[in-house]
Design a protein around this ligand. Structure first.
Ligand code: IPM
Ligand code: MG
Length: 354
């Protein structure tokens, strides 16, 4: 099969973790006889520095004509403490999501047996936890009307959702639930927010169309608590953009490390696969960042963008082996730790030889 990829390394540790993921992508392509072509493009702070735009038109054109996008990370501390910066790296990510129509962000939360002791939760709470967060990604407060009034002394952001936006993300969430354990938790703040009441109204209308699936509603504050207290009770969780941003970071750490979790953003045009962690600027260039989340994002890419399940599995098996053998970076190492590049090499070699 022809695999035509756009590679967007971005900022901070982005380039080095992408390099490791590409080692595994090449190993899988060779092993399964796929014809791999790929092209790199600019995004994020580095794109602002080079061409003044965090998501340049050339990058968008490349994404549009590719079969999948592998994305590193975005963000640079020089912008974080400057609320007056005219253009920010994160705007590149948001522009990419909007222009590619990536309305769903899929974040699986899975535990790895060999890392359970790294979880901040007790083993018995988290062992076997396995759920998927589906975050709406192109609507809500991220994209609603925003601005300043009163000479800049009043600021507002608007949380707007249309019925159509809610329906399409719920449909996708129901499809996931149908393939899993048939339970969908719709997270909102319907006791306060009008937008949440529309979410709930739409979900209640749709629920009877999925009689095999148990639809449950949960307020977001309660959900934040339940993720910690009863993570095993979730199967598929769906929520709006901002709640999803917060809850997925929370969910990610219960498994032991933020450095392990991948994500897929899917929708109308080319899908994007990226680790859920950020650009970790303190570690940039040091060869210490954990490449596993990006490598698992590549596994999701094979599965979601190309429906190549065996290929995804080959990557997952290699990652599981590296964790079991202790070939891991310093963030999760018990004794000896390995460099980012060493972990990448080991995983790629495992794919080649198994
Ligand atoms: C994420 C990130 C982004 C978001 C930032 C970098 C704009 O936190 O992908 O979760 O808030 O969506
Ligand atoms: Mg986030």
């Amino acid at each position: 099969m022809k695999l035509n990829l756009a590679i967007l390394p971005g900022d901070g540790i982005g380039p080095e973790i992408i390099e490791q993921a590409m080692k595994t992508v090449k190993a899988v392509a060779a092993k399964f006889n796929h014809e791999l072509t790929y092209e790199y493009a600019l995004t994020g702070a580095i794109a602002i520095d080079k061409v003044g735009n965090p998501y340049p038109d050339e990058t968008h054109e490349l994404c549009m004509k590719s079969d999948a996008v592998l994305f590193g990370a975005i963000g640079d501390p020089k912008f974080d403490n400057n609320p007056k910066a005219p253009v920010r790296p994160e705007q590149g990510l948001l522009a990419m999501r909007k222009k590619l129509g990536l309305y769903a962000n899929i974040r699986p939360v899975e535990t790895f047996e060999s890392l359970l002791h790294k979880s901040p939760l007790r083993r018995e709470l988290v062992e076997g936890a396995d759920f998927v967060c589906i975050r709406e990604l192109t609507g809500g407060i991220y994209f609603g009307e925003k601005g300043r009034k009163d000479n800049g002394n009043t600021a507002f952001d608007t949380n707007t959702y249309t019925r159509a936006e809610i329906e399409r993300i719920l449909e996708l969430a129901y499809q996931f639930a149908a393939k899993r354990n048939k339970k969908l938790t719709v997270v909102d703040k319907a006791n306060v927010l009008e937008s949440s009441r529309l979410w709930r109204e739409v979900a209640q209308e749709m629920a009877p169309n999925y009689p095999d699936i148990k639809t449950e509603f949960m307020f977001v504050d309660n959900a934040a608590m339940q993720i910690i207290q009863w993570p095993k009770n979730f199967d598929v969780m769906v929520t709006e953009n901002m709640f999803g941003d917060i809850l997925t970071d929370e969910a990610s750490v219960i498994t032991g490390s933020l450095g392990l979790l991948p994500s897929a953003s899917i929708g109308i045009h080319t899908s994007v696969f990226e680790p859920i962690h950020g650009s970790y600027p303190q570690a940039a260039g040091k060869d210490i960042a954990n490449p596993v989340a990006t490598i698992l994002s590549a596994a999701m890419m094979f599965e979601y963008a190309f429906n190549l399940m065996e290929e995804g599995k080959a990557i997952r098996n290699a990652v599981a082996a590296s964790l079991a053998e202790g070939i891991v970076t310093v963030d999760i190492a018990e004794g000896k730790s390995y460099k980012t590049s060493e972990v990448g090499n080991w995983i790629a070699e495992y794919i080649r030889t198994h």
